[in-house]
Design a protein around this ligand. Structure first.
Ligand SMILES: Cc1ncc(C[n+]2csc(CCOP(=O)(O)OP(=O)(O)O)c2C)c(N)n1
Ligand SMILES: [Mg+2]
Length: 608
């Protein structure tokens, strides 16, 4: 087993939460072996909210490993702990560990785990339960916090779970968890560590597994007839379209996608639900990034003779909407391994798309292979079309003349304040229009929450900002007020761990998305649309969001409701973040969605 006294790595922020050394002792407990495995697996942080069910493991992390590699990130809610690991994974592609207390902690974590599942991010969730042996259970509390099959709480939206009953089995479970979580489609996995396993003393230290021999597999490289057929279709296509869905944050893969589109002159559509996949200001970028299909996107797909889906989220729904229910005229090439995690409980797999060629592989592996073939078949790339006119945010002057801040003005002001400085848009609100911000790098935008579970924004922003901390990018999250309020206490963890982050709240004082739904229903039923705000508006009293931020040690600015004060407020905020702070700016915005964003979300395919 690894010697925990071996030199700790310099994890930034390591200066806090330093434990005093415990007396040297040869004694060793089960949880020590489990903690040591987390270090072996090179997991830098564990996000957690404490609980006695894992007090053994907690002790091992602090007193055996010295709270270094991994280091604890105390969160105020399990949902934040999971969201934090989710945000981290969105940037790095790597898992953090999360520890959730027996059943109740896991129940709190559940929605966030669902988000991680739908977003296909790797994550290792550890849990615990009271003594399996009833004779050993502490009265009352350990009985209510013991469940027979705890993994069942989240089994329907995790890739794998286990409850090992020996140290050897726990080591193997962690190796397997690490491997499965990081094999595409990535996802959360869960290991439940019962009390005996953690708290029983171990006479002999178990042998150290050879971690390198249990690494996640490398992606399958496409080859053979299917690859050749796909390349032929693309090389001779006249109106090819590429739907760029879930892709990695890898810059080389980004450039290869650009090269592929250019090699065949394909128009590209991108998705707001996924991270940036293609430069939005490239002449071939023709639609998106949108949450749902825009009219421009629909036109593009309907007119295409070949459609290449790079793990596009809801390909069937896009084709159906674009072709008004008819089968697509173009030939469809599907590149995705997503079906490996489709199960009988969650319908997040979406409709079943037709696929004339199906490459069961990841986009990052498929693109270079397709490029090689295509370059042979079509050595001369077509010339690029003229750049598309992109609307862009309103001019700065609009802020001088307006009486109320519209959401697009947030983009105007952020652009003014940030200039050309590198930024990572960690999250954008539902009200944000696709034309407001260009993405030119895979880290320019990180996508959405995956599962549509509101409240994830703050936690994900903290996790992503932690992963971005040592880079040059300014981490920015523009959150809805509803999203912020459900997860606001996640920010304390950022302050505590010196993670700079800018949060701008598009505060329309409402769960506005659902006002639009109520309006729609009232309209359909011939009832009063004026009542759409009842049970939705977050007013009377208005909530002082900046004060909620300040209460946790963030800088808090606002409420800002005067358009003329917006640039000054954001200038102050960016300076605070550049000085290492977490800064929250509460901006009172007019309620309203970008028409493109709103229409698709509201519509049922039946027209309802
Ligand atoms: C956990 C959860 N509860 C409720 C919803 C339903 N819902 C979808 S969007 C939304 C409103 C979000 O409000 P906010 O973040 O302020 O954004 P806005 O719509 O006002 O722009 C709600 C309540 C959800 N998706 N997730
Ligand atoms: Mg709102």
């Amino acid at each position: 087993m690894d010697d925990p006294s071996a030199a700790p790595i310099a994890v930034p922020g390591n200066e806090i939460d330093r434990p005093v050394a415990s007396p040297a002792s040869p004694r060793f407990w089960g949880s020590d072996a489990i903690a040591a495995m987390l270090r072996e697996l090179d997991i830098p942080y564990v996000a957690l909210n404490p609980g006695s069910s894992y007090r053994g493991l907690h002790d091992s992390l602090v007193n055996y490993l010295g709270n270094t590699r991994p280091r604890m990130l105390l969160c105020l809610h399990e949902e934040s702990a999971v969201a934090l690991a989710h945000g981290w994974a969105k940037v790095t592609g790597r898992p953090l560990a999360v520890i959730a207390h027996a059943n109740v902690g896991l129940m709190h974590a559940a929605m966030a785990i669902f988000n991680a599942w739908c977003d296909r991010v790797p994550m290792i969730v550890l849990g615990a339960t009271g003594a399996v042996d009833a004779v050993r259970r502490r009265p009352w509390i350990e009985w209510i916090h013991t469940a027979r099959d705890q993994g069942a709480l989240i089994r329907n939206y995790t890739k794998w779970d286990d409850q090992p009953s020996s140290i050897g089995a726990a080591q193997e479970a962690l190796l397997r968890a690490n491997m499965i979580a990081q094999t595409a489609p990535c996802g959360p996995v869960y290991i439940n560590l019962n009390l005996e396993l953690q708290e029983d003393e171990v006479a002999a230290r178990p042998p150290r597994p050879e971690i390198a021999r249990f690494a996640p597999p490398t992606p399958v490289q496409p080859a053979g007839p299917a690859l050749r057929r796909a390349a032929e279709l693309l090389a001779r296509a006249e109106r090819p379209v590429i739907l760029m869905g879930r892709t990695s944050r890898d810059l080389k893969a980004w450039r290869q996608r650009v090269e592929l589109a250019e090699a065949i002159g394909a128009r590209v559509m991108t998705d707001r639900k996924a991270g940036a996949a293609f430069p939005t200001d490239h002449p071939l970028h023709a639609a998106g990034p949108a949450t749902s299909l825009s009219p421009a996107g629909a036109e593009l797909v309907a007119a295409a003779d070949v459609i290449l889906s790079l793990d596009w989220i809801d390909l069937a729904g896009t084709l159906k909407a674009a072709c008004r229910g008819d089968a697509p005229a173009g030939e469809v090439i599907q590149v995705s391994v997503d079906q490996y995690v489709h199960n009988g409980w969650s319908m997040d797999y979406q409709g079943l798309p037709p696929a004339d060629v199906y490459l069961l592989t990841e986009p990052d592996a498929a693109v270079p292979a397709l490029l090689d073939e295509i370059k042979r078949l079509r050595p001369n790339a077509p010339s690029l079309p003229a750049s598309r006119e992109r609307r862009g945010p309103p001019p700065l002057l609009a802020l001088e003349n307006a009486s109320i801040i519209e959401v697009p003005m947030l983009a105007t002001a952020l652009k003014e304040v940030l200039g050309g400085a590198p930024v990572s848009m960690i999250r954008l609100p539902l009200s944000w229009g696709e034309h407001l911000w260009d993405f030119r790098h895979p880290l320019d935008f990180l996508g959405a929450d995956g599962g549509g579970g509101i409240g994830s924004g703050p936690g994900m922003a903290v996790g992503a900002a932690l992963a971005l901390r040592d880079g040059e990018r300014l981490p920015v999250a523009v959150l809805g007020d509803g999203d912020f309020l459900m997860g606001a206490t996640a920010l304390w963890t950022a302050v505590r761990n010196s993670v700079p982050l800018l949060v701008v709240i598009a505060n329309n004082r409402s769960f506005f998305n659902d006002e639009l739904h109520q309006e729609r229903v009232a309209r359909q039923r011939g009832r009063s649309v004026e009542n759409r705000w009842i049970g939705q508006a977050i007013r009377d009293p208005d909530i002082d969001l900046a004060a909620m931020a300040r209460a946790q040690g963030c800088a808090g600015i606002g409420p800002i409701d005067d358009p003329r004060r917006l640039v000054a407020a954001l200038t102050e905020a960016v300076a605070a973040v550049r000085a290492g702070k977490v800064c929250v700016v509460d901006v009172r915005v007019a309620a309203g969605y970008d028409p493109g964003a709103a229409s698709g979300i509201m519509q049922r395919s039946s027209g309802g």
